[in-house]
Ligand binder design. Structure first.
Ligand code: PEP
Ligand code: MG
Length: 469
């Protein structure tokens, strides 16, 4: 609105109004309307999207002056909370609306860069633009789904109920955000736990920031491969990893190397069909046999490590040789980079996922050779309980709370600690709020969960006292 004030003081604008009045002998309302039209056409014709969007602002101030000159009052919202459906809304109209009565707005015109849209976002009001609006909607019940851009008129009862539930969840999230954001994840008696987020691609970063995760505990790098039609080059991978490292600005970023196989098929890899893909040629097994795939990824990771706190995590480990081979490969690539004078973090940490029974039973041995453990409870559950995680018929048997799993987690944590290493959980179980307190008591050092779960778990941790196991 300061910009609006400046526009009103603009000499060119005022000279144009005065000139129309004096030279053409027309009234002030006409002079302002014509000047407003001319200036907004000028802005709309500019190349820069930002200036194009300012066309609406010139129109807005002009219309407000005309209303004042003509003695017309400002637009108001009706007494009942309502959705405003309009041809267009000027920023000044939007900001003057009584927010307690404004449920949202839908306009036929408008751009996502306009100040009206910016105001809507700031005021947290759901808004849709460029909707083919209809007169007959007047007075009807409707839902604005600001996430998917849907406008549902006269929703069925079940749809209404579903959206009311979503709305309640959203409100709960906002409440949590306001209450927990920026606070440390520490129990009442001072035990701190790392609360990290899981991501599948660079586009998930926004959600990580919004939910205030302290780092990334699992970047499923295979999604980079799944998203593209051809093997992502070292350079493409480097760019993605660098961006994550830079965006996280010094916070830890644990990137898991390619975990393909199982349910994650990549057509261009043309892998042979297997009878039991989850027990097959998967993850580290495949990578160590296909250095043509693995080397570029490791090289990209090492190069990106110069830009932040990247750590490398190896999936589906079952034996010590796999760890040694992968680490030897990393050392070889480090030498290559040294020879070429390419920067990387020489102290880069290498950890493993614990998601096979073998890895958890061998945790005391593996802990001596790795920097950290991250327990993948999704696979650990399926391999320990012999239950295909994909088979919905087995859902009733898929019990990640099984005592066997909890014992394994305890073993892994204890063996990590004996060697001065840390252990976290990055499988879905890590986000189970009914177990958060137990995990803290078990000594789990890190929980890496879906970004949307971070603040909920933080609240639980902050409200508990850590007693001994
Ligand atoms: C896991 O197995 O728990 C895990 C985190 O990895 P993914 O779900 O990608 O197999
Ligand atoms: Mg897994």
């Amino acid at each position: 609105f300061e910009v609006h004030q400046m526009m009103l003081e603009d000499d060119d604008y005022n000279d144009s109004v005065k000139n129309i009045i004096t030279s053409q002998g027309l009234n002030a309302e006409y002079a302002v309307a014509t000047t407003g039209d001319n200036f907004s056409t000028m802005f709309a014709a500019m190349d820069d999207e930002y200036f194009q969007a300012r066309a609406v602002d010139v129109k807005d101030i002009s219309e407000r002056i005309i209303n004042i000159l003509m003695g017309i009052g400002e637009a108001t919202v009706s007494d009942e909370p309502s959705i405003i459906v309009a041809e267009d809304l000027a920023p000044s109209e939007t900001v003057q609306m009584d927010k307690s009565k404004l449920l949202g707005f839908v306009t036929r015109l408008g751009s996502s860069n306009s100040h009206t849209a910016i105001l809507a976002r700031t005021m947290n009001i759901p808004a849709l633009i460029q909707v083919d609006i209809k007169e007959e909607w007047n007075g009807k019940q409707a839902i604005i789904d600001g996430f998917s851009g849907k406008f549902i008129i006269e929703p069925e009862a079940d749809v209404l109920e579903e959206y009311q539930k979503k709305q309640a969840e959203q409100q709960e999230r906002r409440r949590l955000l306001a209450e927990q954001k920026g606070k440390p994840t520490v129990t009442k008696n001072g035990k701190a736990i790392k609360l990290f987020a899981n991501i599948g691609s660079v586009s998930d970063l926004q959600s990580v920031m919004e939910n205030d995760a302290a780092g990334i505990g699992l970047f499923r790098s295979e999604f980079l491969y799944l998203e593209s039609d051809a093997y992502p080059t070292e350079e493409e991978q480097f760019k993605a990893y660098k961006m994550v490292a830079e965006t996280m600005a010094g916070k830890k970023v644990i990137i898991r190397t390619l975990d393909v196989g199982g349910d994650k098929e990549i057509p261009y890899l043309a892998l042979e069909k297997e009878e039991n893909p989850f027990l097959g040629f998967r993850a580290i097994r495949l990578c160590l046999k296909r250095e043509d795939l693995y080397r570029p990824q490791l090289k990209a990771l090492l190069r990106a490590s110069a830009f932040g706190q990247i750590k490398i995590m190896i999936p589906m480990v079952t034996c010590i040789e796999e760890i040694r081979e992968a680490k030897a490969l990393i050392e070889e690539i480090k030498k290559e980079l040294d020879e070429k004078g390419i920067a990387y973090n020489k102290e880069i940490k290498v950890g493993i996922m614990v998601e096979t029974a073998a890895a958890s039973l061998m945790a005391d041995v593996f802990a001596k050779e790795v920097d950290f453990f991250s327990i993948g409870t999704n696979d650990l559950t399926q391999y320990t309980l012999a239950i295909d995680r994909q088979n919905e018929k087995l859902d009733e048997f898929y019990n990640p709370h099984h005592e066997a799993l909890l014992r394994m987690i305890q073993m892994v944590v204890d063996n990590a600690h004996k060697c001065g290493k840390w252990a976290g959980i990055c499988g879905e179980l890590g986000a189970d709020p009914t177990l958060t307190e137990q995990f803290v008591r078990m000594g789990v050092d890190e929980l890496s969960v879906a970004p949307s779960m971070v603040l909920k778990l933080r609240k639980i941790v902050r409200e508990m006292n850590k007693a001994e196991k």
